[in-house]
Ligand binder design. Structure first.
Ligand code: KIV
Ligand code: ZN
Length: 535
């Protein structure tokens, strides 16, 4: 990693800290799909997971390192607590990466030392250089984080950082683990580090923060002014509790206001050189992908990627925008890759047109997946006259990006109306290949379908979220259903799209149950490894 300090390094932790959002659990294939898209987006570093946490995490980091961590690709990073086992396992997982980084951390705030680690400051100060040096025996690129830096004594923090850098840390990351600091305080902390850590010019200063008070992005932008050059963030701001700083907000903040930030990076104010390597036109697509695969919906009014972010409702605003866009718009929807809803294909479009459009949309499908998606497209074209990019995206995601089909929904049938009891009959194939039929009565058609499916799958669970939204306007629109269910305190999500929302609801439920079933099935393999979650 160069210590070039005149641009901002984007460190994406969607697959590590983001995946720690309740219910956002991703399987290995889904992590690879996201990592590929993060590489297309142009992130500099992908934190792919915490290899010591579970065998699934180890495999995901290893696969991402192998498939995405190629010579001209991003740096692949693995998290490790400051102990020999974690660091060794992270080193092994990262071996296939052309550029691997170990990110090791230990808490430094008095509250964490006293109650969590039960260690003195001098004990922690001794562990840090030893563990950084150990990480260096696996990779040259080592990042060190003093966890809960935001609430640590700055004088102690300076000593900790100096020791980490002397032992070879190339990046020192300053986490506001509990999202407690304000922008002025966080900027001041970075300024203090710059002024008081004697060897700070030998490392990149990074920042990491949670959004408990909604201040993470503001804190980071202030930190940039005082010397932070790496920002740790997640797509859509997903993450532990209220989430992490949102990548799209940071990147577009730095992009739209680059004339304001340029001088802090030693550039002329009028310079138009981008401040990050991010290809902003890939932002929207990445946001959609992460939202679909994690089941974490994006709120409509979310900055940059929310469905209302570029919509003008009031007459005064609409009139202004029609007269001159800049009256009410500070950035183009196109700059984040939000194209107008083009009508692209229809009933008579052939395989070639279909394949070409999918490639243009960034989908790189195998021949088998392309065939499956094409059949779905033809089926859709029979029901819907005009098919847009968004429809294509929805059917490809529905057909291809699903967890392994342990249970398969064969048919679903409902009968409902204002004078009848909603009743559903479902046919499912079980993981053993047996075809089972069951029926149930519910308070509504979806409830009846879910009860019937539960009778077959027979794993206790509670539905905690159900949402349906249409992909495009019109009576023939595709409906996308996202659900989250909980089982023994863990949350599993499911997603499906269909012109029939009862079918989409049933498929989304089976998809979440398949995720749950895969975990129950793998529990035995996981035994023996501690399951560790950090902020
Ligand atoms: O929030 C935090 O402190 C973390 C560290 C592991 C960097 O995620
Ligand atoms: Zn964190």
């Amino acid at each position: 990693m160069s210590t070039n300090q005149d641009r901002i390094i984007i460190f994406d932790t969607t697959l590590r800290d983001g995946e720690q959002s309740p219910g956002a659990t991703l399987n290995v294939d889904e992590k690879i799909t996201i990592a590929r898209q993060l590489a297309r987006l142009g992130v500099d570093v992908i934190e792919a997971g915490f290899p010591r946490a579970s065998s699934g995490d180890f495999e995901a980091v290893q696969k991402v390192a192998e498939i995405v961590g190629v010579e001209d690709g991003p740096i692949i990073c693995g998290l490790a607590r400051a102990n020999f086992d974690d660091i060794k396992i992270a080193g092994e997982a990262l071996k296939p990466a052309a550029k691997g980084r170990i990110h090791t951390f230990i808490a430094t705030s008095d509250i964490h030392l006293e109650y969590k680690l039960k260690k003195s400051r001098s004990e922690v100060l001794a562990i840090i250089p030893e563990m950084v040096a150990y990480a260096k025996s696996f990779v040259d690129d080592v990042e060190f984080s003093p966890e809960d830096a935001g609430r640590s004594d700055p004088e102690f923090l300076y000593q900790v950082l100096e020791a980490a850098i002397s032992a070879g840390a190339t990046t020192v990351n300053i986490p506001d683990t509990v999202g407690y600091t304000t922008p002025a305080e966080f900027g001041g902390l970075i300024r203090g580090i710059k002024e008081n850590v004697p060897n700070i010019d030998q490392a990149i200063i990074s920042v990491h923060g949670h959004n408990d008070l909604g201040l993470a992005v503001a804190n980071f932008l202030e930190a940039v002014k005082y010397g932070a050059r790496q920002l740790e963030c997640t797509i859509n701001g997903i993450g532990e509790r209220a989430g992490n700083a949102a990548l799209e907000e940071l990147v577009m903040g730095l992009h739209v206001r680059r004339q304001y930030f340029n001088p802090f990076l030693g550039r002329a104010p009028e310079s138009t050189e981008p401040l990050t390597n991010i290809i902003t036109q890939e932002i929207y697509k990445t946001s959609r992908l992460v939202s679909t695969l994690t089941g974490m919906m994006v709120q409509p009014n979310k900055a940059i990627v929310g469905s209302n972010a570029f919509a003008h409702e009031s007459g005064i605003h609409q009139d202004g925008v029609l007269k001159h866009k800049l009256t009410y718009e500070i950035m183009d929807a196109e700059s984040i890759g939000l194209t107008t809803n083009l009508i692209v294909l229809g009933k008579h479009s052939g395989r070639n047109a279909f394949r070409t459009r999918l490639t243009e949309l960034g989908f790189d499908l195998s021949e088998t997946d392309l065939n499956k998606a094409f059949l779905r497209f033809k089926d859709l074209a029979d029901k819907k006259k005009e098919i847009s990019d968004w429809d294509l995206e929805a059917i490809v995601k529905d057909e291809i990006q699903q967890p392994p089909e342990l249970f398969r929904l064969e048919t679903v049938q409902v009968s409902c109306g204002d004078n009848s009891k909603p009743t559903a009959t479902v046919v499912l194939t079980t993981p053993d290949g047996e075809e089972l039929t069951d029926a149930a009565v519910g308070t509504g058609p979806v409830d009846a379908v879910y009860k019937a499916i539960n009778r077959v799958v027979n794993v206790p669970n509670e539905l905690i979220e159900f949402s349906v939204k249409s992909v495009t306007a019109g009576i023939d629109a595709i409906g996308e259903v996202t659900i989250r269910l909980s089982h023994e305190g863990k949350i599993y999500s499911g997603h499906a799209a269909n012109t029939d929302i009862i079918v989409a609801s049933a498929r989304a439920y089976v998809s979440a149950l398949n995720r749950l079933y895969a975990v129950i099935g793998h529990r035995k393999t996981e035994e023996g490894r501690s399951s560790v979650v950090v902020g």
